[in-house]
Design a protein around this ligand. Sequence first.
Ligand code: COA
Length: 289
Amino acid sequence: MMDARLARGVSILRPHPSFDAPFIPNPEIPAMTASTQDILVHTEAGVTTITFNRVDKKNSITTTMYAAMADALVAAEADAAVRVVVFQGDVAIFSAGNDIGDFLQQPPATQDSPVFRFLHGIAAFPKPVIASVCGPAVGIGTTMLFHCDLVYAGDNAAFSMPFVNLGLCPEAASSLLVPQMMGYHRAAEALLLGEPFMAEAALEVGLVNRVVPPTECNGIAQAQAKKLAAKPLSALIETKRLMKMGQIHPVLERMAEEGASFGRMLREPAAREAFSAFMEKRKPDFSKA
Ligand code: COA
């Protein structure tokens, strides 16, 4: 289903209402912290940091977590004092992707579901987005990075998009963006074989800006965010809008197309077998899928 704003021909990466508001950090105002259990959202000095905080489940993402991240992006866009968003995980794990049990029980049904709200939110987010990635970044843990402006990776980062291995197809417009960034044949290795690739390979193809020691990664992302937060917001937003303007409509169209297939395939035998096998800690049997 086409995004309603697309259908109306409205620019989704639009100039932001807070365009000309000067950013003056006020030491009198305490840093704002709002947290849910598994996603922490902290705003300070013009930077909203969204932290995956479900390490015992490898930061796999539930419906509730997608909703929290989608809401955090909406709030960060609306707040004139926020200039940059940073996503970060743990030093040993960025995210194991979608929570598989959650997907089995409540597969996303409509374009209004939290996962799609999050994907639309990050793809069309008008202000700069930075990611700090250490350890495994599986599925959406990798595909969300194609919508970030700057990505810093620990040298332990391992990126993978194992959708085929789960009986699924790509999401987050990765079927468009991965071949564009990596070239078709490397994309086929990543998306058809679902083979992981490490930080240095991600650096080589341009998915990450810099590879750093894992313990320094979040700090470097924050330092870069601080630099961006000191720049004029109007210039940041307009520059991002111009860099992305040829791409945003194809991206949202591809997301909608992928979303329809992904939603259907989630309910089919191959995915159900792959998910059951993961939950039961056994190898999947695709002989009948
Ligand atoms: N959904 C739900 N639970 C998950 C999960 C996911 N995507 N990934 C990990 N977990 C859970 C495990 O079930 C396990 O729970 P338990 O302690 O109750 O048994 C716990 O997190 C630890 O995971 P484990 O696999 O033992 O950790 P590991 O360090 O050996 O491996 C990963 C880490 C990320 C490589 C591995 O967990 C993995 O491959 N996860 C699935 C990734 C995936 O296919 N994502 C879906 C993309 S659409």
